[in-house]
Design a protein around this ligand. Structure first.
Ligand code: TPP
Ligand code: MG
Length: 431
């Protein structure tokens, strides 16, 4: 007889609840209600991740099949050739800029850390692409691709990470806490996870007071979605029918905690049921699925029908930030998702299946991205740091720093209420 294994399997509460058979859907009885979640995926992974304790050590193991064939990119209902190529280009720039940032960090030129969206480029770029230029985005740290789509340049982002004087925050912040409320309509990321959700809901409410239903988009991770403010913000958007598009980026990890230990529902899109709003599941590595779901949610927002929760399933292909080697992630999990690389698969789709790009045009496009990035990196590296004497300024609003004015028109008041605009609260704000 062999030695008894000392391995103690400690399933997380969620994986325990999901043991085979325990949550099997059964035919509803007349007393049960049913709800629908749209699922755009062409593949539904069946493996589970388990936490295993061996002595004092905690590690994660995969249970199930990781050998499934890689799914194709789903045919988009909306994207044409030009749009698809544009999104592909943004995804390439997103990835190549992050690789450049990693190198700049290793050369000691980056102040602070670097956060990566490796493996999540389709989610960032194709979702932001669904917004119109006068609508609003609130990115999180991994959504650097969304920032590019909204009109920030790779130069802006690289200078920001190097805390250069010419960066969006003029060297006051050394990572991605910047936005632009004048030109790009981007709310700066807020570190406190979930706080962007009520803020973006407020942006939608503001636009409505000015007479427009617009789409506003933000993101939250599998970890961050458990926060109270996520519930409060999304519930507020739901009851007010505000055009919030919430992309829940389920990348399987929050720091080193696997998603199974963050929530007990099978899919995070199910949370939408409790808010009374549509929930959609997509493969976050498939740009066409991301765009289609985001576009439909934006259109719904513009019609004044309220928020949508989109759960994008994918994998964080690096650690939490550059300091984290992610050694806790089982290697086969990386291998599985590497085969589902969002850029390689979209490239294959555009070049070999759709034939919307010839191999030569593709090479030219890639060379163009490299060229642009080289120029931006050179500019960023050679630009000056802020002067010491400027350190005390530019942190708070100073006189005439920026004007706050309505973007979509003056706040509307109901006719016949007898309330003059100058007496309303919004009129005071915009006076
Ligand atoms: C309210 C709050 N709690 C904790 C943190 C610390 N924190 C920053 S990022 C992070 C992990 C987030 O994981 P997830 O939401 O899954 O996003 P991901 O990093 O995977 O994109 C945590 C716990 C925080 N910023 N805000
Ligand atoms: Mg996560």
């Amino acid at each position: 007889m062999g030695k008894k294994s000392k391995k103690k399997i400690v399933p997380g509460p969620a994986s325990h609840g999901r043991s085979p058979g325990s949550l099997k859907p059964s035919a509803p009885t007349p007393s049960q209600r049913t709800y629908a979640i749209t699922d755009y995926r062409l593949e539904k992974p069946t493996f589970t991740l388990r936490q295993v304790c061996v002595g004092d050590q905690v590690r994660y193991e995969i249970e199930g099949d990781l050998s499934a064939p890689v799914p194709p990119i789903r045919e988009s209902k909306y994207l044409d050739k030009k749009q698809s190529i544009e999104i592909y280009r943004w995804m390439l720039l997103n990835r190549k800029m992050e690789t450049a940032l990693e190198n700049l960090y290793k050369q000691g030129k980056v102040v602070g850390g670097v956060y990566f969206g490796l493996g999540q480029e389709a989610c960032s770029c194709a979702s932001a692409y669904a917004l119109k230029s006068d609508e609003w985005l609130g990115p999180m740290i991994r959504n650097q691709g969304s920032l590019l789509v909204r009109g920030f340049s790779a130069r802006d982002i690289m200078m920001q990470y190097m805390a250069k004087a010419g960066s969006p925050t003029k060297g006051r912040d050394a990572s991605s806490h910047f936005g632009d409320i004048e030109k790009h309509n981007v709310v700066a990321p807020i570190s406190t996870l979930g706080d962007l959700i009520p803020v973006l809901s407020g942006v939608a409410l503001g636009a409505r007071l000015q007479g427009r239903n617009i789409a506003v988009m933000t993101y939250i991770g599998d970890g961050g979605q458990s926060t109270g403010v996520t519930y409060e913000g999304l519930n507020f958007a739901a009851v007010q029918n505000l055009g919030l598009v919430l992309v829940v980026e389920n990348n399987m990890w929050g720091y080193s905690t696997p998603a199974d230990m963050q929530f007990r529902v099978k899919d995070l899109a199910e949370r939408a049921i409790a808010y009374g709003i549509p929930g959609v599941i997509i493969d976050g590595t498939d740009a066409c699925q991301v765009y289609d779901a985001a576009h439909e949610a934006c259109e719904r927002a513009r019609r004044g029908e309220g928020p949508t929760l989109i759960e994008a399933k994918m994998m964080r292909m690096k650690g939490h930030a550059i300091h984290d080697a992610a050694e806790y992630v089982p290697k086969p999990l990386f291998d599985y998702w590497k085969k589902r690389d969002p850029i390689a698969r979209f490239e294959n789709c555009l070049v070999n299946l759709k034939k919307w790009l010839t191999p030569a045009e593709n090479r030219e496009l890639i060379a163009g991205v490299d060229q642009q990035l080289d120029a931006d990196r050179e500019f960023a590296v050679n630009s000056p740091m802020p002067t010491p004497e400027s350190a005390a300024g530019g942190t708070w609003c100073e006189d005439g720093c920026h004007e706050i004015k309505p973007k979509y028109g003056m706040p509307k008041v109901k006719k016949g209420t007898g309330v003059a605009l100058k007496q309303t609260e919004s009129a005071v704000h915009f006076k």
